[in-house]
Structure formats: structure tokens, C-alpha cells
Design a protein around this ligand. Sequence first.
Ligand code: CP
Length: 302
Amino acid sequence: MRHLLSTGDLSRDEATLILDTAAELAQVGDRSVKKLPTLRGRTVVNLFYEDSTRTRTSFELAAKRLSADVINFSAKGSSVSKGESLKDTALTLQAMGADAVVIRHGASGAAHRLAHWVDGSVLNAGDGTHEHPTQALLDAYTMRDRLGRLDGLRVAVVGDILHSRVARSNVLLLTTLGAHVTLVAPPTLLPVSVHTWPCEVSYDLDDVLPKSDVVMMLRVQAERMRDSFFPSVREYSRNYGLDGERLGRMPSDAIVMHPGPMVRGMEISAEVADSPRCTVTEQVANGVSLRMAVLYLLLGGS
Ligand code: CP
């Protein structure tokens, strides 16, 4: 494996190896093992054309815990504003010795394009509405960690599927790992192609909740929305928001996930977001060891 562009490229064995490696690396960063020397002398570039809180800092921390040098590049304040293309920007960073480029870009397919231009590894940190593979991997890791298995798990992914790279990456990965995924959304927030995806589709959250082991809530991505698709906040929350009453109708050991950033009061109430059954902060913590595992396997491992 040279790049990580799509979870659809991962076999069951490869995906399991990443999760197992992340579990082994989970102790790195605590008091006893601050850092590993594995990627000493290697350079990781974080090339971010879209905003990020979790993914960029998580990749930076993961690379540093493996002793890599890290360059954080944000399109804002760079020569991109003078018209420099993605290709020329990437080749410039490669000329400085980048061994891996972690890219987030607003255009679906940007990571695949980049993989044709640079010699090093490309890690897709979110490309448009297409994919976000490390988010899906850290989600799968968190499910397995909390519930002890992925095989046969019933996972509901709820919300703005149309604009969600997280949903697509999760459907592809979770089905590879033996879970059953149901997408729940209003018809206007589902892609036309959804019936070709390897999952079920429902418009009725209240029907799906009692049958789910995991409910993954997604943010409505207003910034990618055309006016006609935008539901009113009140109507959306009433039909697709997860509040304490709905949480009570889920199986008692079922968990609530969210990739972040959350919009409290819209897709998730504060009561649910702060509940011990909500894994949002665990997902963030697991994301560091998961990204360490991916960097290790692409750059330093066998
Ligand atoms: N989940 C996620 O990708 O969050 P950021 O946009 O903050 O990176």
C-alpha cells in the first residue's frame, strides 16, 4: 500500500491490520512512551485547502509521535492566492523533501490527482464530498473498541449523506469489515447514486433507532448546500435530530458517534452530545493512534 485514497481500496485484512496497528500504538504519547523513532528523518506535509480542527492537528501529532518532521501548509496565506495550482504547490513541497502529503481539498478527486504527480505517499484527509478514509478508520476503531466487534454490527448513519465524505468512506469500510449500514436522511439529502451503495436506505429515523448498535450523526453541511436542499433547522431537528427521548429508544448498550464538528441543537442535542454513550472525544483521541498506524504502515512499516 503506497497511498490511502479511499477505504474502498482496502481489503478486510489491510483494514484490520491498520486497526490492530493503531491498537498497538495507542500507548505512545503517554508518560512511559512519549515518542517512537520510527519516522526519524522523514517529512510529512499537511496540505490543507479547507478548514480543519481535528484532522490537521491529529495528523500533526501522529507524525510527531513517530519523530517525523512536519510541515503544515494552509492554502490561506500561501501562493495559492496568487494563482499557483495544486500540482505546482505539490511539486514545490516535494522538492523540499516531502515523503508523504496529507491533503484536504474541496474538490472530489484531488487526492487521486495528487497521487499521480508526487513520488511520495498521498493520504486523503477529505476530498470534497467524496471520501475521508482516516475518519472512517478511526470510527471503525472506536466501534470495535467500545463494542468488541465489527462483524454483524448494525450501524445507522444519519443526516446530510449528500455532502458527506464521511458517510461514503464509512459505508465502504464497514461493509468490508462485516457490519450492516443503514443510511437515514430526507430524500433531498441523499445522493442519486445511493441505491448502488452497499447499504440500506431509510427516511425514518424512529424506525431505525431501536435496531441500531451504533448511530452516527452527521452535520448538515450548509457551506456545500444549494438553497433548495436546505431544510429548516426546526423541521430537520424534529425529523432527524437525536435528542434524549430518541436516545432512550435505542438499545441500552448502543453508542452515539459524530465525526465533528457538531452543531448542538440541530443534528444532536447537548444532552446527547454530553452523554457517556456519545463517543465524540474518544473518536478524536483514537484518531491520533489510527493516523500513526497509517503513517507507520505507509512510510515506515513492512
Ligand atoms: N471530522 C473532521 O474531519 O473534522 P475537521 O474538519 O475538524 O478536521
